[in-house]
Design a protein. Structure first.
Ligand SMILES: Nc1nc2c(ncn2[C@@H]2O[C@H](COP(=O)(O)OP(=O)(O)OP(=O)(O)O)[C@@H](O)[C@H]2O)c(=O)[nH]1
Ligand SMILES: [Mg+2]
Length: 434
Protein backbone atom coordinates (compact mmCIF):
# COMPACT_ATOMS: atom_id res chain seq x y z
CA UNK A 1 0.00 0.00 0.00
CA UNK A 2 1.21 3.42 -0.94
CA UNK A 3 0.50 6.09 1.62
CA UNK A 4 0.50 9.63 0.38
CA UNK A 5 -1.67 11.34 2.95
CA UNK A 6 -1.74 10.91 6.69
CA UNK A 7 -2.59 12.83 9.84
CA UNK A 8 -0.29 12.70 12.83
CA UNK A 9 -0.41 14.06 16.36
CA UNK A 10 2.63 15.90 17.63
CA UNK A 11 3.27 17.00 21.18
CA UNK A 12 6.27 19.08 22.07
CA UNK A 13 7.90 18.75 25.47
CA UNK A 14 7.00 20.89 28.46
CA UNK A 15 9.63 23.23 29.81
CA UNK A 16 11.26 22.14 33.07
CA UNK A 17 9.96 23.74 36.24
CA UNK A 18 11.90 26.52 37.90
CA UNK A 19 13.17 25.87 41.41
CA UNK A 20 12.91 27.59 44.76
CA UNK A 21 16.24 27.27 46.54
CA UNK A 22 18.52 29.37 48.72
CA UNK A 23 22.23 29.69 49.01
CA UNK A 24 23.69 27.83 51.96
CA UNK A 25 27.15 29.00 52.72
CA UNK A 26 29.03 28.34 55.85
CA UNK A 27 29.42 31.88 57.06
CA UNK A 28 26.43 33.45 55.34
CA UNK A 29 23.42 33.01 57.58
CA UNK A 30 20.84 34.32 55.14
CA UNK A 31 21.78 33.22 51.65
CA UNK A 32 19.97 34.74 48.70
CA UNK A 33 17.72 32.90 46.27
CA UNK A 34 19.53 30.24 44.21
CA UNK A 35 16.82 28.30 42.36
CA UNK A 36 17.65 27.89 38.69
CA UNK A 37 15.41 27.93 35.63
CA UNK A 38 13.94 24.83 34.04
CA UNK A 39 15.36 23.60 30.73
CA UNK A 40 13.57 24.04 27.41
CA UNK A 41 11.16 21.31 26.32
CA UNK A 42 11.97 19.45 23.08
CA UNK A 43 10.37 20.70 19.88
CA UNK A 44 9.01 18.56 17.07
CA UNK A 45 10.67 19.16 13.73
CA UNK A 46 9.84 17.77 10.30
CA UNK A 47 12.90 17.37 8.11
CA UNK A 48 13.31 16.22 4.53
CA UNK A 49 15.27 13.03 3.92
CA UNK A 50 16.01 12.70 0.23
CA UNK A 51 16.15 8.94 0.49
CA UNK A 52 12.48 8.61 1.44
CA UNK A 53 9.84 8.18 -1.24
CA UNK A 54 6.60 7.59 0.62
CA UNK A 55 4.87 8.34 3.90
CA UNK A 56 4.73 4.60 4.56
CA UNK A 57 6.71 4.86 7.79
CA UNK A 58 3.81 6.73 9.31
CA UNK A 59 1.40 3.86 8.82
CA UNK A 60 1.78 2.50 12.34
CA UNK A 61 3.28 5.54 13.97
CA UNK A 62 0.91 8.46 14.32
CA UNK A 63 1.86 10.04 17.61
CA UNK A 64 5.13 11.82 18.20
CA UNK A 65 6.17 13.26 21.52
CA UNK A 66 9.24 15.22 22.49
CA UNK A 67 10.83 15.03 25.94
CA UNK A 68 10.27 17.54 28.70
CA UNK A 69 12.95 19.92 29.92
CA UNK A 70 14.58 19.17 33.25
CA UNK A 71 13.90 20.99 36.46
CA UNK A 72 16.03 23.96 37.49
CA UNK A 73 18.78 23.19 40.01
CA UNK A 74 20.41 24.69 43.07
CA UNK A 75 23.11 27.28 42.76
CA UNK A 76 21.18 28.98 40.01
CA UNK A 77 21.88 26.26 37.49
CA UNK A 78 19.48 25.85 34.60
CA UNK A 79 17.96 22.42 34.03
CA UNK A 80 19.01 20.51 30.98
CA UNK A 81 17.02 21.24 27.83
CA UNK A 82 15.41 18.29 26.06
CA UNK A 83 16.51 17.13 22.61
CA UNK A 84 14.23 17.99 19.73
CA UNK A 85 12.39 15.13 18.07
CA UNK A 86 13.13 15.06 14.35
CA UNK A 87 10.71 13.30 12.02
CA UNK A 88 11.97 12.46 8.52
CA UNK A 89 9.66 13.04 5.58
CA UNK A 90 10.13 12.52 1.83
CA UNK A 91 10.81 15.52 -0.42
CA UNK A 92 7.54 16.95 -1.71
CA UNK A 93 5.67 16.73 1.60
CA UNK A 94 3.20 19.48 2.36
CA UNK A 95 2.07 20.08 5.93
CA UNK A 96 -1.27 21.44 7.02
CA UNK A 97 -2.82 22.15 10.38
CA UNK A 98 -5.65 19.64 10.61
CA UNK A 99 -8.06 21.92 12.39
CA UNK A 100 -7.68 25.12 10.36
CA UNK A 101 -6.51 23.57 7.09
CA UNK A 102 -3.79 26.23 7.04
CA UNK A 103 -0.71 25.40 4.99
CA UNK A 104 2.26 25.27 7.34
CA UNK A 105 5.07 24.20 5.05
CA UNK A 106 5.94 22.77 1.68
CA UNK A 107 9.08 20.72 2.21
CA UNK A 108 10.92 20.12 -1.04
CA UNK A 109 14.67 20.48 -0.59
CA UNK A 110 16.84 17.86 1.09
CA UNK A 111 17.36 18.67 4.79
CA UNK A 112 14.74 21.42 4.69
CA UNK A 113 13.12 21.55 8.11
CA UNK A 114 10.26 23.19 9.93
CA UNK A 115 9.36 23.33 13.61
CA UNK A 116 5.75 22.23 13.78
CA UNK A 117 5.42 22.15 17.54
CA UNK A 118 7.56 24.34 19.74
CA UNK A 119 8.77 23.00 23.06
CA UNK A 120 7.78 24.99 26.15
CA UNK A 121 10.27 27.35 27.72
CA UNK A 122 11.62 26.49 31.11
CA UNK A 123 9.96 28.10 34.15
CA UNK A 124 12.00 30.71 35.96
CA UNK A 125 13.61 29.86 39.28
CA UNK A 126 13.35 32.07 42.34
CA UNK A 127 16.60 33.85 41.43
CA UNK A 128 14.50 35.91 39.03
CA UNK A 129 11.93 37.01 41.55
CA UNK A 130 14.21 38.67 44.10
CA UNK A 131 13.63 42.36 44.61
CA UNK A 132 14.72 44.85 47.28
CA UNK A 133 11.30 44.42 48.90
CA UNK A 134 11.41 40.65 48.69
CA UNK A 135 15.03 39.50 48.77
CA UNK A 136 14.19 35.86 49.50
CA UNK A 137 11.18 35.02 47.35
CA UNK A 138 9.56 31.62 47.51
CA UNK A 139 8.33 32.03 43.97
CA UNK A 140 9.13 30.00 40.90
CA UNK A 141 7.36 29.24 37.67
CA UNK A 142 6.49 25.87 36.25
CA UNK A 143 7.62 25.15 32.73
CA UNK A 144 5.54 26.24 29.78
CA UNK A 145 3.50 23.42 28.20
CA UNK A 146 4.67 22.27 24.77
CA UNK A 147 2.53 22.85 21.71
CA UNK A 148 0.26 19.95 20.80
CA UNK A 149 -1.48 19.78 17.46
CA UNK A 150 -2.57 17.50 14.66
CA UNK A 151 -1.06 18.02 11.24
CA UNK A 152 -1.85 16.42 7.92
CA UNK A 153 1.06 15.39 5.73
CA UNK A 154 0.49 15.06 2.03
CA UNK A 155 3.04 13.84 -0.46
CA UNK A 156 3.15 15.38 -3.92
CA UNK A 157 6.12 13.82 -5.64
CA UNK A 158 8.77 16.03 -7.15
CA UNK A 159 8.73 15.27 -10.84
CA UNK A 160 9.23 17.57 -13.81
CA UNK A 161 7.32 15.39 -16.23
CA UNK A 162 4.20 13.28 -15.73
CA UNK A 163 3.26 10.27 -17.87
CA UNK A 164 -0.50 10.05 -18.24
CA UNK A 165 -2.89 7.97 -20.30
CA UNK A 166 -5.25 5.01 -20.33
CA UNK A 167 -4.18 1.74 -18.72
CA UNK A 168 -1.80 -0.42 -20.80
CA UNK A 169 -0.77 2.33 -23.22
CA UNK A 170 2.86 1.74 -22.26
CA UNK A 171 3.61 4.36 -19.60
CA UNK A 172 5.62 2.09 -17.34
CA UNK A 173 7.38 0.53 -20.31
CA UNK A 174 8.45 4.00 -21.46
CA UNK A 175 9.74 4.85 -17.97
CA UNK A 176 11.69 1.59 -17.91
CA UNK A 177 13.49 2.34 -21.18
CA UNK A 178 14.30 6.04 -20.59
CA UNK A 179 15.34 5.75 -16.94
CA UNK A 180 16.88 3.13 -14.71
CA UNK A 181 13.58 2.67 -12.86
CA UNK A 182 12.14 -0.86 -12.88
CA UNK A 183 8.37 -0.42 -12.71
CA UNK A 184 6.01 -3.35 -13.03
CA UNK A 185 4.82 -3.87 -16.61
CA UNK A 186 1.87 -6.04 -17.57
CA UNK A 187 -0.45 -6.82 -20.46
CA UNK A 188 -3.43 -6.23 -18.18
CA UNK A 189 -4.98 -2.93 -17.03
CA UNK A 190 -4.01 -1.18 -13.81
CA UNK A 191 -0.62 -2.81 -13.53
CA UNK A 192 0.66 0.39 -11.95
CA UNK A 193 -1.05 1.17 -8.67
CA UNK A 194 1.24 3.88 -7.32
CA UNK A 195 3.37 6.51 -9.03
CA UNK A 196 6.90 5.45 -10.03
CA UNK A 197 9.74 7.91 -10.36
CA UNK A 198 12.78 7.89 -12.63
CA UNK A 199 15.53 10.27 -13.72
CA UNK A 200 16.29 10.93 -17.39
CA UNK A 201 19.79 12.13 -18.26
CA UNK A 202 20.48 13.49 -21.74
CA UNK A 203 23.86 13.46 -23.45
CA UNK A 204 23.86 17.26 -23.48
CA UNK A 205 23.89 17.25 -19.68
CA UNK A 206 20.24 18.09 -19.11
CA UNK A 207 18.23 15.87 -16.79
CA UNK A 208 14.71 15.70 -15.47
CA UNK A 209 12.55 13.56 -13.21
CA UNK A 210 9.65 11.60 -14.67
CA UNK A 211 6.66 10.21 -12.80
CA UNK A 212 4.79 7.24 -14.25
CA UNK A 213 1.16 7.44 -13.18
CA UNK A 214 -1.47 4.75 -12.73
CA UNK A 215 -3.82 4.55 -15.71
CA UNK A 216 -6.86 6.80 -15.92
CA UNK A 217 -10.23 5.85 -17.39
CA UNK A 218 -13.49 7.63 -18.02
CA UNK A 219 -15.19 8.40 -14.73
CA UNK A 220 -11.91 8.44 -12.78
CA UNK A 221 -12.91 11.79 -11.28
CA UNK A 222 -15.87 9.97 -9.72
CA UNK A 223 -13.72 7.14 -8.44
CA UNK A 224 -13.98 4.72 -11.38
CA UNK A 225 -10.91 2.49 -11.81
CA UNK A 226 -8.23 3.70 -9.42
CA UNK A 227 -9.87 7.11 -9.18
CA UNK A 228 -7.87 10.29 -9.51
CA UNK A 229 -6.56 10.79 -6.00
CA UNK A 230 -3.04 10.03 -7.19
CA UNK A 231 -3.24 12.96 -9.61
CA UNK A 232 -1.98 15.08 -6.74
CA UNK A 233 1.37 13.71 -7.80
CA UNK A 234 1.30 15.50 -11.11
CA UNK A 235 0.46 18.85 -9.52
CA UNK A 236 4.12 19.78 -9.40
CA UNK A 237 4.98 18.58 -12.90
CA UNK A 238 5.61 21.16 -15.60
CA UNK A 239 5.11 19.06 -18.71
CA UNK A 240 2.71 16.18 -19.31
CA UNK A 241 3.46 13.39 -21.74
CA UNK A 242 0.07 12.11 -22.79
CA UNK A 243 0.52 8.56 -24.09
CA UNK A 244 -1.95 7.22 -26.65
CA UNK A 245 -1.83 3.57 -27.76
CA UNK A 246 -2.01 3.54 -31.56
CA UNK A 247 -2.00 -0.26 -31.98
CA UNK A 248 -5.77 -0.51 -31.63
CA UNK A 249 -5.44 -3.83 -29.78
CA UNK A 250 -7.81 -2.48 -27.18
CA UNK A 251 -10.51 -1.87 -29.82
CA UNK A 252 -10.80 1.64 -28.42
CA UNK A 253 -10.66 4.75 -30.51
CA UNK A 254 -7.32 6.39 -29.59
CA UNK A 255 -8.73 9.83 -30.29
CA UNK A 256 -11.76 9.32 -28.03
CA UNK A 257 -9.42 8.06 -25.28
CA UNK A 258 -7.32 11.17 -25.60
CA UNK A 259 -10.40 13.37 -25.06
CA UNK A 260 -11.59 11.32 -22.08
CA UNK A 261 -8.28 11.68 -20.26
CA UNK A 262 -8.30 15.43 -20.72
CA UNK A 263 -11.86 15.59 -19.40
CA UNK A 264 -10.80 13.73 -16.26
CA UNK A 265 -7.79 16.01 -15.77
CA UNK A 266 -10.06 19.04 -16.03
CA UNK A 267 -12.39 17.56 -13.44
CA UNK A 268 -9.53 17.10 -11.01
CA UNK A 269 -8.08 20.56 -11.55
CA UNK A 270 -8.69 22.72 -14.64
CA UNK A 271 -5.21 24.19 -14.14
CA UNK A 272 -3.72 20.86 -15.19
CA UNK A 273 -4.91 21.52 -18.75
CA UNK A 274 -2.80 24.68 -18.87
CA UNK A 275 0.32 22.56 -18.65
CA UNK A 276 2.05 21.86 -21.94
CA UNK A 277 1.14 18.39 -23.20
CA UNK A 278 3.17 16.44 -25.67
CA UNK A 279 1.13 13.69 -27.31
CA UNK A 280 3.12 10.47 -27.47
CA UNK A 281 1.85 7.92 -29.99
CA UNK A 282 2.96 4.54 -28.57
CA UNK A 283 3.52 1.01 -29.87
CA UNK A 284 4.40 2.25 -33.37
CA UNK A 285 6.22 -1.06 -33.99
CA UNK A 286 2.87 -2.83 -34.34
CA UNK A 287 1.43 -3.21 -37.88
CA UNK A 288 -1.84 -1.29 -37.42
CA UNK A 289 -0.32 1.68 -35.60
CA UNK A 290 0.64 3.84 -38.59
CA UNK A 291 -2.90 3.81 -39.91
CA UNK A 292 -4.42 4.69 -36.53
CA UNK A 293 -1.94 7.51 -36.10
CA UNK A 294 -2.96 9.00 -39.45
CA UNK A 295 -6.63 8.89 -38.38
CA UNK A 296 -5.76 10.42 -35.04
CA UNK A 297 -3.96 13.30 -36.74
CA UNK A 298 -6.89 13.93 -39.06
CA UNK A 299 -9.29 14.08 -36.13
CA UNK A 300 -7.15 16.25 -33.88
CA UNK A 301 -6.76 18.79 -36.70
CA UNK A 302 -10.41 19.64 -36.17
CA UNK A 303 -9.93 20.52 -32.49
CA UNK A 304 -8.22 23.06 -30.26
CA UNK A 305 -5.37 20.58 -29.88
CA UNK A 306 -4.44 20.92 -33.57
CA UNK A 307 -1.12 22.58 -32.75
CA UNK A 308 -0.05 19.95 -30.22
CA UNK A 309 3.20 18.20 -30.81
CA UNK A 310 2.62 14.51 -31.64
CA UNK A 311 5.63 12.24 -31.36
CA UNK A 312 5.50 8.56 -32.44
CA UNK A 313 7.62 6.10 -30.45
CA UNK A 314 8.20 2.44 -29.86
CA UNK A 315 9.48 1.32 -26.50
CA UNK A 316 10.37 -2.01 -28.12
CA UNK A 317 12.53 -0.74 -31.01
CA UNK A 318 13.38 2.53 -29.23
CA UNK A 319 12.33 4.45 -32.34
CA UNK A 320 11.52 8.10 -31.62
CA UNK A 321 12.78 8.03 -28.03
CA UNK A 322 15.72 10.33 -28.59
CA UNK A 323 13.58 12.99 -30.21
CA UNK A 324 10.93 12.62 -27.50
CA UNK A 325 13.47 13.26 -24.75
CA UNK A 326 14.99 16.24 -26.60
CA UNK A 327 11.59 17.83 -27.17
CA UNK A 328 10.60 17.19 -23.56
CA UNK A 329 13.77 18.83 -22.26
CA UNK A 330 13.24 21.83 -24.58
CA UNK A 331 9.66 22.16 -23.41
CA UNK A 332 10.80 22.02 -19.76
CA UNK A 333 13.37 24.73 -20.42
CA UNK A 334 10.61 26.95 -21.76
CA UNK A 335 8.11 26.24 -18.97
CA UNK A 336 8.34 27.88 -15.56
CA UNK A 337 7.14 26.04 -12.47
CA UNK A 338 3.41 26.26 -11.89
CA UNK A 339 2.38 27.68 -8.54
CA UNK A 340 1.28 24.76 -6.44
CA UNK A 341 -0.91 26.88 -4.25
CA UNK A 342 -2.80 29.52 -6.17
CA UNK A 343 -3.80 31.77 -3.30
CA UNK A 344 -1.96 30.42 -0.30
CA UNK A 345 1.49 31.16 0.92
CA UNK A 346 2.96 28.77 3.42
CA UNK A 347 2.84 30.65 6.70
CA UNK A 348 6.16 31.73 8.11
CA UNK A 349 7.72 29.74 10.85
CA UNK A 350 6.86 32.20 13.60
CA UNK A 351 3.24 32.26 12.62
CA UNK A 352 2.97 28.49 12.96
CA UNK A 353 4.24 28.63 16.49
CA UNK A 354 1.93 29.39 19.29
CA UNK A 355 3.71 31.25 22.04
CA UNK A 356 2.47 32.58 25.29
CA UNK A 357 2.66 36.34 25.27
CA UNK A 358 1.98 37.85 28.67
CA UNK A 359 1.44 41.30 27.12
CA UNK A 360 -1.35 40.11 24.91
CA UNK A 361 -4.83 41.19 25.98
CA UNK A 362 -6.26 38.28 27.90
CA UNK A 363 -9.17 36.51 26.35
CA UNK A 364 -11.35 34.48 28.68
CA UNK A 365 -14.93 33.51 29.42
CA UNK A 366 -16.68 32.99 32.74
CA UNK A 367 -19.59 30.61 33.15
CA UNK A 368 -21.33 29.20 36.18
CA UNK A 369 -21.52 25.41 36.37
CA UNK A 370 -24.39 23.43 37.96
CA UNK A 371 -22.81 23.76 41.44
CA UNK A 372 -22.72 27.53 41.10
CA UNK A 373 -18.93 27.70 40.76
CA UNK A 374 -17.55 30.30 38.35
CA UNK A 375 -15.54 28.46 35.71
CA UNK A 376 -12.98 30.52 33.82
CA UNK A 377 -11.89 29.37 30.36
CA UNK A 378 -9.15 30.94 28.30
CA UNK A 379 -5.88 29.79 26.84
CA UNK A 380 -3.76 32.37 28.61
CA UNK A 381 -5.42 31.96 31.98
CA UNK A 382 -5.10 28.18 31.78
CA UNK A 383 -1.50 28.41 30.71
CA UNK A 384 -0.72 30.81 33.52
CA UNK A 385 -2.23 28.30 35.95
CA UNK A 386 -0.18 25.46 34.46
CA UNK A 387 2.95 27.51 34.91
CA UNK A 388 2.19 28.33 38.52
CA UNK A 389 4.02 26.44 41.22
CA UNK A 390 1.24 25.60 43.66
CA UNK A 391 3.57 24.44 46.42
CA UNK A 392 4.64 27.84 47.59
CA UNK A 393 2.22 30.38 49.01
CA UNK A 394 4.16 33.19 47.48
CA UNK A 395 3.79 31.68 44.01
CA UNK A 396 0.07 31.41 44.61
CA UNK A 397 -0.06 35.03 45.69
CA UNK A 398 1.74 36.00 42.52
CA UNK A 399 -0.83 33.98 40.56
CA UNK A 400 -3.61 35.91 42.29
CA UNK A 401 -1.95 39.22 41.40
CA UNK A 402 -1.56 38.14 37.78
CA UNK A 403 -5.22 37.16 37.60
CA UNK A 404 -6.16 40.56 38.94
CA UNK A 405 -3.88 42.12 36.33
CA UNK A 406 -5.70 40.23 33.61
CA UNK A 407 -8.97 41.76 34.78
CA UNK A 408 -10.36 38.50 36.15
CA UNK A 409 -11.37 39.81 39.56
CA UNK A 410 -13.32 42.58 37.95
CA UNK A 411 -14.97 40.24 35.47
CA UNK A 412 -15.93 37.83 38.29
CA UNK A 413 -17.51 40.67 40.22
CA UNK A 414 -19.40 41.72 37.10
CA UNK A 415 -20.58 38.13 36.66
CA UNK A 416 -22.05 38.26 40.17
CA UNK A 417 -19.35 36.48 42.19
CA UNK A 418 -19.50 37.19 45.93
CA UNK A 419 -17.00 36.69 48.71
CA UNK A 420 -16.60 32.95 49.33
CA UNK A 421 -17.98 31.77 45.97
CA UNK A 422 -16.00 29.04 44.27
CA UNK A 423 -13.92 29.82 41.22
CA UNK A 424 -12.38 27.21 38.94
CA UNK A 425 -9.48 27.46 36.49
CA UNK A 426 -8.44 24.24 34.78
CA UNK A 427 -8.38 21.73 37.70
CA UNK A 428 -7.84 24.34 40.35
CA UNK A 429 -10.65 25.55 42.64
CA UNK A 430 -10.40 28.42 45.06
CA UNK A 431 -12.61 30.84 46.96
CA UNK A 432 -13.25 34.27 45.61
CA UNK A 433 -12.04 36.85 48.10
CA UNK A 434 -13.40 40.28 47.42
N1 LIG B 1 4.58 -3.82 -29.07
C1 LIG B 1 4.72 -2.95 -28.09
N2 LIG B 1 4.21 -3.25 -26.89
C2 LIG B 1 4.37 -2.36 -25.89
C3 LIG B 1 5.07 -1.14 -26.08
N3 LIG B 1 5.04 -0.45 -24.90
C4 LIG B 1 4.39 -1.23 -24.03
N4 LIG B 1 3.97 -2.37 -24.60
C5 LIG B 1 3.19 -3.45 -23.96
O1 LIG B 1 1.96 -2.93 -23.49
C6 LIG B 1 1.54 -3.56 -22.30
C7 LIG B 1 1.24 -2.54 -21.23
O2 LIG B 1 2.43 -1.86 -20.89
P1 LIG B 1 2.62 -1.03 -19.54
O3 LIG B 1 3.90 -0.27 -19.69
O4 LIG B 1 2.46 -1.90 -18.35
O5 LIG B 1 1.39 -0.03 -19.66
P2 LIG B 1 0.94 1.09 -18.65
O6 LIG B 1 0.47 2.25 -19.43
O7 LIG B 1 1.99 1.35 -17.64
O8 LIG B 1 -0.33 0.40 -17.98
P3 LIG B 1 -0.99 0.61 -16.51
O9 LIG B 1 0.10 0.62 -15.52
O10 LIG B 1 -1.90 -0.56 -16.35
O11 LIG B 1 -1.74 1.90 -16.59
C8 LIG B 1 2.69 -4.51 -21.92
O12 LIG B 1 2.33 -5.79 -22.29
C9 LIG B 1 3.86 -3.98 -22.70
O13 LIG B 1 4.78 -4.99 -23.03
C10 LIG B 1 5.61 -0.86 -27.38
O14 LIG B 1 6.23 0.18 -27.64
N5 LIG B 1 5.40 -1.80 -28.33
MG1 LIG C 1 2.03 1.16 -15.67
Amino acid sequence: MFIDQITITVKAGKGGDGTVAFRREKFVPLGGPAGGDGGRGGSIILKVDEGLRTLMDFRYHHIFKAKNGERGMNKGMTGRGAKDTIISVPPGTTVRDEKSGQLLADLVADQQAVVIAQGGRGGRGNIHFASPKNPAPEISENGEPGVERRVTLELKVLADVGLIGFPSVGKSTLLSVITSAKPKIGAYHFTTLVPNLGMVSLEDGRSFAVADMPGLIEGAANGVGLGIEFLRHIERTRVLLHLVDMSGTDEEDPFADFGKINDELAKYDPNLLKRPQIIVATKMDLPTSAEHLAEFKAKIAETDYRDSLILPISAVTHAGLKQLLQETADCLDATPAFPLYQDEEPVTEEATLYRFDPDQKPNFTIEQDETGAFVIHGEQVEKLYQMTDLQHDESLMRFARQLRGMGIDEALRAAGAKNGDLVQIDEFRFEFVD
